[in-house]
Design a protein around this ligand. Structure first.
Ligand SMILES: [Zn+2]
Length: 329
């Protein structure tokens, strides 16, 4: 026996045996217990990297273990193949996004096959295929018809070079995680899902997840973001405007001496208009829109603000409170 492992010979031989025997093809066998195992679908960005190797090896170990324990394991593979990266790469390479995407899929599929992962390739999918995304569209329509998907204008993290919206997690110290250029706040019409309607259900289910690390369920609870408190209305002096503030600590409002509005708050330009603070407020809004506004980044900033020229009234004690726009709350 050769004491050295010869991957070219051994892996190719066994992978062919597996493929000829259709070992990983899944058929419905109601008598056997099912086990569905899905790792994340990769983005067809070019070639697989060590992150794919690690991630899919972990999943494959679980799939094989469960198969050996007698489960009917469905271990599918697919491609998360929509989005701006394909479009940007296509522009950069002067090619069609579909061509770029399908070529990458072919390359990466061949690489994953060489890794010997136990996928049922008959069930491969790509999210850019109409047979797939028609069901996403169908689901979306069900939600839109029930008012669970709706549009409103809001601020987003915008990367100009990538021409895309970024999640807070994709902004690193004010820079785009992909191109490293500064991210700015941009007002756009956005689709929203009304997940607040499900906050209670989601919270209950956080408690029912067995074996999840406490820090993950805490993260989920914070993300669901339900908090109990009161909405307090501050009348703006010499104006019909009212500033509504939600607080979990209404008892502290007695001590409030000034009011801060986010630079994006629609009232800010209105309050400053016609006062001698108008220019200073406009300049502040422009500058702050370039800052990373994720909660992590905000903690590290010098806290700063500009007086809007307006006052509101503390409803608890009737005192005048200057209204500022600021980069913190
Ligand atoms: Zn970018």
């Amino acid at each position: 026996m050769d004491s050295r492992y010869q991957p070219q010979a051994i892996e190719a031989k066994w992978q062919k045996r597996w493929e000829d025997a259709q070992l990983f093809k899944v058929e419905e066998t109601p008598a056997r217990e099912k086990y569905y195992l899905l790792e994340m679908f990769p983005y067809p960005s070019g070639k697989i990297h060590m992150g794919h190797v690690r991630n899919y090896t972990i999943g494959d170990v679980v799939a094989r273990y469960k198969r050996m324990r007698g489960f009917n394991v469905l271990h599918p593979m697919g491609w998360d193949a929509f989005g701006m990266p394909a479009e940007n790469a296509a522009i950069a390479n002067r090619t069609h996004p579909a061509k770029w995407t399908y070529e990458n899929i072919a390359t990466m599929r061949a690489q994953l096959k060489r890794m010997g992962f136990s996928y049922d390739w008959d069930r491969e999918l790509a999210t850019c295929r109409p047979e797939y995304y028609r069901w996403e569209q169908w689901l979306f329509l069900q939600m839109a018809e029930r008012g669970m998907a709706y549009r409103k204008e809001s601020y987003v993290n915008w990367c100009e070079p990538c021409q895309t919206v970024l999640a807070n997690e994709q902004v690193e110290a004010g820079m785009c995680w992909r191109c490293g250029k500064p991210v700015r706040q941009k007002k756009l019409w956005q689709w929203f899902f009304k997940i607040t309607d499900f906050a209670e259900d989601l919270l209950v289910h956080c408690d029912l997840l067995p074996g999840w690390p406490e820090k993950v369920t805490t993260m989920q609870r914070n993300w669901i973001g339900k908090s109990v408190g009161a909405e307090i209305r501050f009348a703006v002096e010499n104006s019909d405007a009212v500033i509504s503030v939600f607080t979990t600590r209404p008892d502290t409002v007695f001590g409030a001496t000034f009011m801060c509005l986010a630079p994006e708050h629609p009232l800010v330009p209105t309050l400053a208009a016609g006062t001698d603070q108008a220019d200073a407020v406009a300049a502040f809004i422009e500058r702050i829109s370039l800052q990373d506004r994720s909660s992590k980044a905000i903690e590290s900033y010098e806290k700063e603000g500009v007086f809007t020229g307006a006052y509101c009234i503390n409803p608890m004690n009737g005192r005048r409170m200057p209204v500022y726009t600021a980069n913190f709350a």
